[in-house]
Design a protein around this ligand. Structure first.
Ligand code: GAP
Length: 466
């Protein structure tokens, strides 16, 4: 992808609200659909919830798992030059000193002296651009001019290891998976006998004590990341950054995300993280504006050099051909699984008129859908449920299948449309005569008759044609 690509943007990342192209009130509708259909629930809901933590229900875990597996296939299984890794959420606290997170993973906070609520200074200044800090109005109590000077607030969650709760037993819940990869660089390289350039990928939970979480699962305090660190020879880093930027964008388009809702944003000097020489965001046009959901960073040798210095252990790579020893540079691709989940849902959500009725449909790419095929008997008699059960049992080993006999056939179709199920198989009166069933396509609403014996092939072909 070149710099004059239409996806490129160097605008400010937070370019305000632009719901055009999305169903009105999409976020409210998504939150409600997610709860009703079992995608996402508020954490500890019966106790009034917990600030910005969410649980994934039966359909949600499947969509999330499909996204995670698609990422893993793309980044690890289909490549010779990337290895997988899974490291602990808890690490030696020195890791976070070396990485710069103890000193620098902070947000500037101001407090309203009237209601004692705290806000991110940068958020208030974005929201009230024409006013000085001394004139800002508190978004909660409405009082003006009562904000304190900003104080740095560390976003890492602290806990204690072992029975004694003192400074010597402090541990942190990791705020990114990347550091677990850096400290294992030599372990992976030597055990997998990889040569530079090569990558190490991992998926897993990260935690950040965000001050202003929000927009449903967009910014939460507990979330899952899918990160890949690609170790390269210094001097080749610019080229590798461009390569990975292009590959990541292609993968997202391949997931079915609309291209006109995707763009790249290059970090200006004031946006760059402490470790980055160059960084790009992949942004999606959410109903609440353009926002980042994946980052591609040139982290140079910042992390390896720092861990080498703090641990006293050599982390250099020895290039046998060139007989040279050096610290590799790192190109990182980092995407939030929960944010990707929200992108995919927001992009797939549609409401449309069908035969005088409004239907809600999730046009998910079939391989991502939590249920691939739903199987229905047209009515609960004449042997139809037995045949439908037998079909569901037969397909279940190869596809995610759901059996449903309750309610009218129209209602059953609508429920599956809302779940994003690409195919509905119905056993009807003709089935007992010629062993065929109807297969309804979620998007075209077309129904074709298919022999029961050919169903698996039909579904596989329909899925493979993506
Ligand atoms: N290792 C680099 C790193 O962590 P980041 O841009 O801070 O970079 C990477 O995070 C991705 O993790 C983001 O693009 C986003 O998708 C996800 N992410 C970060 N903070 C998040 C939060 N509070 N809630 C949900 N996802 C988050």
């Amino acid at each position: 992808m070149s710099d004059d690509d239409p996806h490129m943007s160097s605008d400010d990342a937070s370019s305000g609200q632009d719901p055009q192209g999305h169903v009105p009130d999409l976020m409210d509708r998504l939150v409600s659909l997610c709860k009703q259909r079992g995608f996402v629930f508020q954490s500890s809901e019966i106790y009034g919830g917990l600030g910005s933590v969410y649980d994934y229900g039966p359909l949600g875990v499947e969509l999330k798992r499909n996204l995670r597996e698609a990422w893993w296939r793309e980044m690890v299984t289909s490549r010779e030059d990337v290895e997988g890794l899974e490291t602990g959420i808890l690490m030696n606290p020195e890791v976070w000193v070396a990485s710069g997170h103890v000193a620098g993973f902070t947000d500037p906070l101001v407090e309203c002296r009237n209601c004692h609520r705290r806000f991110r200074e940068d958020h208030l200044s974005e929201e009230q651009p024409d006013a000085e800090r001394g004139e800002w109005q508190c978004p909660v109590c409405g009082v003006t001019g009562e904000f304190t000077e900003p104080r740095q607030f560390n976003l890492m969650f602290r806990t204690f290891m072992g029975p004694v709760e003192d400074e010597g037993s402090v541990a942190y819940l990791r705020p990114e998976t990347a550091q677990g990869t850096y400290v294992n660089f030599r372990n992976v390289q030597e055990s997998a006998r990889q040569k530079i350039p090569f990558g190490v990928a991992q998926t897993g939970r990260s935690f950040r004590n965000e001050i202003t979480p929000g927009n449903f699962i967009f910014r939460t305090r507990e979330f899952e990341q899918m990160e890949m660190q690609y170790f390269v020879e210094p001097g080749t880093d610019d080229e590798w950054l461009a390569t990975w930027r292009e590959r990541r964008m292609e993968w997202l388009v391949g997931l079915g995300i609309r291209e006109d809702r995707l763009r790249l944003h290059r970090h200006g000097p004031e946006e760059l993280a402490h470790y980055a020489k160059e960084a790009w965001d992949i942004q999606y046009r959410f109903p609440f504006g353009w926002q980042e959901f994946e980052g591609i960073h040139n982290r140079t040798d910042f992390d390896l050099a720092s861990h080498q210095e703090h641990s006293g252990k050599k982390l250099e790579y020895f290039d046998h051909e060139k007989q040279e020893r050096y610290l590799p540079y790192v190109i990182e691709t980092a995407i939030g699984l929960d944010r990707l989940f929200l992108v995919v849902l927001a992009d797939a959500y549609a409401e449309e008129e069908v035969e005088g009725d409004t239907r809600t449909v999730l046009r998910l790419k079939p391989s991502l859908a939590p249920i691939t095929a739903a199987v229905f008997p047209l009515v609960k008699k004449d042997g139809m449920p037995e045949i439908a059960h037998a079909i569901a049992d037969d397909l279940r080993g190869r596809f995610a299948v759901f059996y449903d006999e309750s309610g009218s056939i129209g209602r059953r179709y609508r429920r599956q449309d809302e779940a994003g199920t690409p195919f509905c198989i119905t056993v009807d009166g003709q089935t007992s005569e010629d062993d065929t069933v109807t297969v309804r396509d979620r998007d075209t609403l077309e129904q074709v008759r298919v022999p029961i014996s050919g169903l698996a092939k039909h579904l596989a072909a329909a899925m493979g044609g993506e």
